[in-house]
Structures are given as C-alpha cells and as structure tokens.
Write a new protein. Structure first.
Length: 148
C-alpha cells in the first residue's frame, strides 16, 4: 500500500499531566503522544510533512523507549541476568524482537553482563551466610546464567 500525500504536523504540545511527553497533532487532529526525547530525536517540528509510515516509526521508537525505561527501572532495584530481564519484559507484554534489541543495547553499554552478575551473586552468597557451590550454581541456573 502506498501512503497518500503526506499530512502535516500542525501542533506539538506538551501534555498537561506529563510534561515530559508531547502530543503530536496531524492536520489538526491528535495523532499520538510521545516522550519529548523521542520527538526531539525524530526532529519533529510544526509544518513538517509526515506519512503513515513515519507515524508508525515514531510509535515504534516510543515503544523502544518504554522497554528501555522498564529495563533500567528493573536494573535499578538489583542486578539481573539477561534471561531474568528478558522474562520480566516479556511478562510486561513487549515484542520479543524489541526486547532483544534493548537487551543488546544494554549489554553494549555494560548495563547487563552475565559474567559480572555471576561473580557478584557468588560474592553475595558466600559472604555473611555462606552457601555451598551446588546451591549457588542452582540459583544461577534458575536466573538463566549458563555455567561452564
């Protein structure tokens, strides 16, 4: 299907309840709401022509941002293995391809690393109340860490 003639962004307004979000109006009608970061990175401006495909890309960028924020929030509570993080994001209903893309981004940034996670887990489990290696290994396997 070929997009019809491009529509025009007629307004970009901060949302009343969430100042970090922007409402995008196309041809005078509300089209979608996105985080200000997404709007800025897409270079949105009033008077700009947009097609349906552009709006879909904008919505996908917004979903990627939500997934990244969810992952970072989870990591803010405690370190997690890649598998743990994937499972938690899947439970939230995000698309598997977008989850993997986010996990790859976080791994490249050093935010998730199963080897570091394993070392920290072993240190924590052998500290104040020591546990045996078998139990520690079982816990790591349960968290999705492959042991060699």
């Amino acid at each position: 299907m070929i997009d019809p003639e491009p529509s025009t962004i007629t307004a970009l307004e901060p949302q009343v309840r969430r100042a970090d979000r922007v409402s995008v109006f196309v041809d005078g009608e509300f089209a979608l709401g996105v985080h200000a970061e997404v709007a800025a990175s897409a270079g949105l401006r009033v008077g700009q022509g947009v097609r349906i495909a552009d709006l879909r890309e904008l919505a996908a960028a917004e979903e990627k941002r939500w997934i990244r924020e969810s992952a970072l929030r989870l990591l803010g509570y405690r370190a997690r293995s890649r598998t743990e993080l994937r499972q938690r994001l899947e439970r939230k209903g995000y698309e598997p391809e977008l989850i993997e893309e986010t996990l790859d981004l976080l791994a490249r940034g050093g935010m998730i690393d199963d080897a570091d996670f394993s070392r920290a887990w072993v240190r924590a489990r052998t500290g104040a109340r020591p546990m045996g290696p078998g139990r520690i290994a079982a816990e790591l396997r349960q968290k999705g860490v492959e042991l060699r």
